[in-house]
Design a protein around this ligand. Structure first.
Ligand code: ADP
Ligand code: MG
Length: 695
């Protein structure tokens, strides 16, 4: 590590000349606390003002610096006053158009004057135009020279001008860049053909004339890739460190008894699939260790993760410990509770239930059951991990459908689970399988198991894509299915992040369907209903008293009603593939052949058509997630978009996939050869967020 007298991460941004208290406050909103933050504040686009473009070579849409002589200047009325100047440079001509202008401006812009302009070229009614370009009169002796570097544009915030940001970044570069330590070994950089940190930062802030603008704006330039690499490495090191720390914590090793697990297996109406058995063995091996299990179980919708969790819980109980099972929604938590009751009560294991909707009295008695240890298993929503919930001997935490929680929440949960000096084992389950390289980047602190097999006898869900102009036919199909004793879901998702709008859409659809199908019993669930109301409707649907259930995406995860064999999904083109796959997984659980109708609103873009076709072709959640990732990005796939969690500053896991396989080896090398660089690297990129990693 190159050391310097003063770390730029220790110099406040306000030390830069020109930053007073007012500006400082605004800059805080940009995330500028230290000079290091300023140096790492990267442009999102550039303009090329380094050279003049011949007017004859311009294309609409391009931003260009041009110069020429005014051949004609005129004020015309086109609804309002327009000042038009025809500018020519010998290679072609172009019209400058001003809607607002002073009389002084009008006088300046007269025939014969020589101008230099910068602006966006557009196709106008009589050839190329620039509207309100920036301009300078060149016959002014003081006209500045073209810029020496490409002009950067930075993300900024209200009340802070682009020019201010540019000026301050320039100052930080001139005065402080030299103090920024290089944390990556030279040999590594050479192998990867990446520039040094200082070279990279100078390049991205001040690209030289001729730098490839398209490459820069896509973030693919080696200078940017160098920064991306460092960021990915920092995240990876942070997760690895978290894992290493966790491995040093004491956890209760479970005993090798298996009377109760055998009893449970014997009572099941099915035998485990080979994949379930394999994953269960992996879990069992972990649970015998005296450091905490950190295992992620990925398994497609319907692959049977719940029973694996139940068996793990029984292992805890058999060793005298408690297990807490947490699900992301009331609906799902309650379903787990019922399953667990069904499986565990015959073994004499009491199962407590905790959710936000319990009455104060019930809640107290549940808390008592958990605290006294009389309930060895507790199932619930996040309510389970609130401060006042005290477990007597918590040994295992199961988190279902983790993708709903986001990475940081997962780490926080781990903290919550810790009691009395012992860290409980943790089993995380998700039906959103993610590709291996992505899993390595995101879950470097976890071991991963995969249930890659569905129980026998499942028939793939027949999937069709239908325009909503043919809604009547779809309604008739619903009618026929329900008349035959089958049940149907009608899902109304909205992309807007508003539960209210989503609820309104579902309510309107339910009303319309009630009119169209008066003889059917139709129910409605959405996120704005009270939990008790939601529960009542779901119960009626489960019991077959409701034939058609109109729902928002609240039913997305986990809900299990085997007699439901038809699903209609509206606005399908606006949902992620993995989400559609999850929804579709609600049907195809019983003996009947199931179908899923993806309704779209025409016209369908080429991209959307391709995406929906994927769902018709495959039922493999991994394949679907891989394609979703390619087409929509990791935020969708990992669900971090929903939790509002921004994982990376500049890395983009789709664009930068190529780098991912190199990260693990680089992390290892750095840890072996330059261990003193690890902490500064993590600090540089994760800053305060790293405290989630303190175990
Ligand atoms: P998911 O992995 O989506 O959470 P579930 O655990 O809800 O799936 O299981 C889906 C259904 O499959 C449940 O009704 C469950 O009882 C059943 N199931 C689980 N394992 C098997 C198996 N090995 N054979 C047959 N059915 C199974
Ligand atoms: Mg499940």
């Amino acid at each position: 590590m190159v050391t310097t007298d003063m770390d730029v991460a220790a110099i406040p941004a306000s030390a830069l000349k020109g930053v007073g208290p007012k500006l400082r406050e605004k800059l805080e909103r940009l995330g500028w606390h230290t000079v290091q933050d300023v140096l790492f504040h990267l442009p999102f686009r550039y303009q090329d003002r380094t050279r003049l473009q011949p007017i004859g070579s311009l294309r609409p849409g391009q931003e260009a610096l041009i110069s020429g002589t005014i051949e004609l200047a005129d004020v015309v009325f086109r609804g309002r006053r327009n000042l038009l100047c025809r500018l020519s440079d010998g290679t072609g001509h172009l019209t400058l158009r001003f809607f607002h202008f002073s009389s002084a401006q009008q006088q300046n812009l007269e025939r014969g004057r020589v101008l230099r302009c910068f602006g966006e070229v557009r196709a106008g009614s009589s050839g190329l135009e620039m509207i309100h370009p920036e301009y300078e009169l060149l016959d002014d002796a003081a006209a500045p020279q073209p810029e020496m570097t490409l002009t950067p544009f930075y993300p900024t915030t209200e009340g802070v001008h682009q020019l201010t940001v540019r000026k301050l970044v320039g100052r930080a570069l001139d005065l402080h860049l030299a103090r920024l330590p290089e944390l990556l070994p030279e040999a590594l950089l050479q192998e990867l053909r990446l520039p040094t940190l200082q070279e990279a930062l100078v390049f991205v802030h001040r690209p030289p004339p001729g730098a490839d603008l398209a490459e820069l704006e896509q973030g693919r330039h080696p200078a940017q890739q160098r920064l991306v690499f460092e960021e990915l490495l920092a995240h990876h090191l942070s997760l690895k460190r978290l894992r290493a720390r966790l491995q040093r914590q004491p956890a209760p090793p479970f005993e090798k008894r298996d009377t109760l697990t055998r009893q449970l297996l014997a009572a099941l109406p099915f035998t485990l699939t080979a994949a379930q058995q394999r994953v269960l063995d992996e879990v069992r091996t972990d649970l015998h260790q005296s450091h905490p299990m950190q295992r992620l179980v990925q398994g497609d919708v319907g692959s049977g993760k719940t029973i694996v969790a139940a068996l793990a819980a029984v292992m805890a109980v058999e060793s005298g410990y408690q297990a807490g099972i947490m699900a992301p929604t009331e609906l799902l938590a309650e379903q787990h509770w019922r399953n667990f009751l069904h499986w565990l009560q015959p073994l004499g294991i009491e199962v407590a239930w905790l959710s936000g909707k319990l009455s104060a009295k019930n809640r107290r008695s549940m808390l008592e059951l958990i605290a006294s240890g009389r309930a060895p298993v507790a199932v619930g929503t996040h309510a389970l991990f609130q401060a006042e919930v005290e477990f007597a001997r918590l040994g295992l935490v199961v988190v279902d459908e983790q993708h709903r929680f986001g990475v940081h929440q997962r780490l926080q949960l781990r903290e919550k689970g810790r009691r009395q000096g012992l860290v409980p084992h943790q089993l995380i389950m998700t039906a959103t399988p993610i590709p291996r390289t992505l899993a390595q980047a995101f879950y470097a602190d976890l071991d991963v198991s995969v249930i890659d097999e569905l129980p026998p006898g499942r028939k793939p869900v027949d999937t069709v894509v239908v325009s909503d102009q043919r809604r009547d036919e779809v309604v008739a199909r619903v009618h026929a299915a329900c008349r035959d004793g089958r049940q149907t879901y009608w899902v109304c998702p909205l992309i807007e992040e508003s539960e209210l709008l989503e609820a309104e859409a579902a309510t309107a659809t339910a009303a319309a369907l009630t009119t169209a199908l008066p003889e059917l019993r139709i129910g409605l669930v959405h996120g704005r209903l009270k939990p008790a109301e939601k529960e009542a409707v779901m119960r009626e649907f489960k019991d077959g008293r409701i034939q058609l259930l109109v729902a928002t995406t609240v039913i997305e995860v986990g809900v299990d009603v085997p007699n439901a064999s038809l699903m209609i999904i509206e606005n399908a083109e606006r949902l992620g593939l993995s989400q559609l796959h999850q929804l579709r997984g609600r049907v195809g659980r019983g003996a009947a052949q199931s179908s899923c109708v993806l309704l779209y609103h025409a016209p369908l873009s080429e991209n959307a058509r391709e995406r929906l076709a994927i769902l018709r072709q495959t039922h493999d959640g991994f394949e679907i997630a891989r394609r979703d990732l390619e087409m929509r990005g990791p935020g969708e796939v990992l669900g971090t978009r929903q939790t509002g969690e921004q994982a990376f500053h500049i890395a983009d896991l789709v664009r930068d996939q190529r780098l991912l396989p190199k990260i693990d080896a680089a992390a290892q090398r750095l840890t072996d050869n330059a261990p003193e660089c690890v902490t500064p690297l993590i600090r540089r990129w994760l800053g305060v967020r790293e405290h989630y990693g303190e175990v």
